[in-house]
Ligand binder design. Structure first.
Ligand SMILES: Nc1ncnc2c1ncn2[C@@H]1O[C@H](COP(=O)(O)OP(=O)(O)O)[C@@H](O)[C@H]1O
Ligand SMILES: [Mg+2]
Length: 350
């Protein structure tokens, strides 16, 4: 029997848990043809939400993962590639002819190489796309790596071209800076939507539905504890439920399942942990054990930080490594890593 809980692919249909309110919100923005940014830490389900919305409401769209884009040329190639897959061939050929660029193509599913393009090429393509499609720019924070000139150019095009664009990004503060800082190019271009975790009740109904449907017994307290361990973060929730489902079929309980997961990930976690400087390790242990940062004299002493600034600096560096995130306080992104640290270092002296 196939495991109904999937953590390594985008899930759709009945494998996708709720997000009804978020999908309605997004659908509404798309219908109004306005631009919107979705922001959250990694693995909260931004890509899944966008993909499920465009599937469910049958929204014509062009999807670009900005993490795969190196420069203006590869952006043009990606846009054209997507457009070619989603347009009638004749129409696409006509469009290319009007673009007047130097391109070699092996369509419909082959490669597409742009040799030369003009100052206006990106704009023309985006205008064409936005006539009747939604443009999805995922991992948009990566645009920074493409340089100032291109970033400002993209902004000016998107600002003057009406149409539906969804920006989505993981590095929360970079995304917020991009869109909220007057000195940054994307200032006030869009509404910002903060994607949150999925609440317990939704996960409970979702998990019970699949455990029942596949005839694998589970208790509500196990689902609740899975939720608490995963902190409701979609990826970790699916990950734990996936192995809980396997485990229950072999007569294991949740504690054993989690113990196994920590063992499976032991080398990865150890590798990450050991690659860190001493002060960052201490900061991670502090977060894992105390649950959040604290600058009290007692805590600083316990974890051997001479001043609050030392702790702050370590936290900044951990954030740069994308190991921790900040909302109202700092927390470790991977809840299983946090658990692993707590288990391994709680009793040790440091
Ligand atoms: N609503 C959901 N229901 C069930 N699983 C989800 C949901 N949203 C996300 N997931 C799970 O979490 C994983 C990571 O989600 P993803 O959309 O890639 O996050 P992000 O784009 O924010 O990094 C997905 O592969 C999927 O397994
Ligand atoms: Mg994503």
């Amino acid at each position: 029997m196939e495991n109904p809980f999937k953590f390594d692919t985008i899930v759709t249909g009945e494998h996708f848990c709720n997000r009804q309110g978020e999908m309605d919100f997004l659908h509404e923005r798309i219908r109004e043809r306005v631009k919107v940014s979705i922001v959250s830490p990694r693995k909260f389900g931004k890509t899944s939400l966008i993909i499920n919305t465009v599937i469910r409401y049958e929204i014509p769209h062009i999807y670009i993962d900005m993490a795969t884009i190196d420069d203006e040329r590869s952006f043009i190639e990606a846009l054209l590639q997507e457009l070619s897959r989603k347009s009638p061939l004749e129409k696409f050929r006509n469009f290319l002819q009007n673009l007047k660029i130097d391109i070699s193509l092996n369509l419909p599913f082959g490669t597409l190489d742009v040799k030369n393009f003009g100052e206006q090429t990106v704009e023309k393509i985006i205008v064409e796309i936005l006539k009747n499609r939604t443009l999805i720019l995922d991992e948009f924070q990566e645009v920074i790596a493409l340089g100032k000139t291109f970033t400002w150019k993209l902004r000016s095009i998107l600002q003057k071209t009406p149409g539906s664009v969804i920006f989505s990004g993981s590095r929360r503060s970079i995304m917020l800076n991009l869109f909220n800082d007057p000195k940054q190019p994307f200032y006030r271009l869009t509404d910002i939507f903060h994607l949150k975790i999925i609440p317990y009740e939704e996960w409970r109904d979702f998990a019970q539905f699949w455990f029942n449907k596949t005839g694998v017994p589970v208790s509500e307290s196990e689902i609740r504890k899975s939720f608490e361990t995963a902190k409701g973060i979609p990826f970790y929730m699916q990950y734990i439920l996936h192995y809980l489902w396997e485990g229950k079929r072999q007569g294991m309980n949740l504690d054993e399942v989690i113990e196994n997961l920590l063992k499976t990930n032991h080398h990865t976690y150890e590798y990450i942990f050991e690659s860190l400087p001493h002060s960052q390790r201490k900061a991670l242990i502090l977060l894992a054990v105390e649950g959040r940062e604290s600058y009290s004299r007692e805590t600083l002493e316990k974890y051997d930080f001479p001043t609050p600034q030392h702790l702050q600096k370590a936290l900044r560096s951990l954030w740069n490594r994308e190991l921790i995130e900040k909302n109202s306080h700092w927390w470790i992104l991977d809840p299983l890593f946090a658990l692993w640290i707590k288990k391994n270092f709680y009793t040790e002296r440091f």
